[in-house]
Write a protein of this length. Structure first.
Length: 241
């Protein structure tokens, strides 16, 4: 398992540059990232959006466009759809979101998942690195699925576990985040967490470990966080109620 983003960057350099499609990269920060990725040998950029704005911003950050493919698309949804299609068709390896509402990209993701993998759930994974925690940890789906039921939450967790396996984490430690109501009664999130843990236990899963605690306070009540037992994956439950 990668311990930090520097290790990921080093591995990416060993793999060599991959084609990355940038959706509306007419933002100085995004364009600088594309320029840095290209100079470090991490990506071969494809820039999708308004050509004139892309060229203007590239000039502002001194990014040379010689040999860089630019796809002139002004409509945000058509541009998002195009970017997803390039990845689905194997013409690019991943998408970098630029100066565009995430909604457009989510809509394309949901539509493509419904066609290509209707048994799965489109979701996002957010990777984090924090001072004092010597490993990258992941938080699932903070925005795509609203008020998911227990079955959907379990599919989201499965997706996160599979991604961590591909990153070299052979047995991710998983915590399902859930909170009780103010009056102390069990919320739907608590009940769903119990259901998911029971399902995982009854299925005798060995490729991951589920924490019994519902939050970090329960897991480390003495306020001494142990890196060995700190979760690799946090399952959030959007719309806790």
């Amino acid at each position: 398992m990668f311990r930090n983003f520097r290790e990921i960057e080093n591995q990416a350099q060993r793999v060599g540059p991959l084609r990355a499609v940038a959706l509306f990269p007419d933002d100085p920060g995004v364009m600088r990232a594309m320029a840095d990725g290209k100079s470090l040998g991490l990506v071969e950029p494809i820039l999708v959006g308004d050509r004139s704005r892309i060229e203007t911003v590239a000039h502002e950050v001194s990014m040379p466009l010689a040999g860089v493919e630019i796809i002139d698309l002004n409509d945000p949804q058509k541009a998002a759809n195009f970017c997803l299609e390039t990845v689905v068709n194997g013409q690019a390896s991943f998408i970098i979101k630029g100066n565009i509402l995430t909604t457009y990209l989510y809509r394309s993701l949901i539509q493509n998942t419904g066609v290509l993998a209707p048994d799965q759930v489109p979701c996002t994974l957010c990777f984090h690195q924090a001072i004092g925690i010597d490993k990258i940890f992941v938080i699932t789906d903070p925005g795509v699925n609203i008020l998911p039921n227990a079955e959907t939450k379990q599919k989201i967790l499965t997706n996160g576990i599979n991604v961590l396996h591909h990153m070299g984490c052979s047995k991710p430690r998983v915590m399902i985040l859930a909170a009780q109501r103010i009056d102390g009664s069990d919320s739907t999130a608590i009940k769903d967490a119990i259901t998911i843990r029971q399902t995982c236990s009854s299925s005798l899963h060995t490729e991951f470990e589920i924490c019994t605690a519902n939050n970090l306070y329960q897991a480390f009540s003495d306020h001494g966080i142990s890196q060995d037992t700190f979760p690799d994956l946090f399952g959030t439950q959007s719309g806790n109620r």
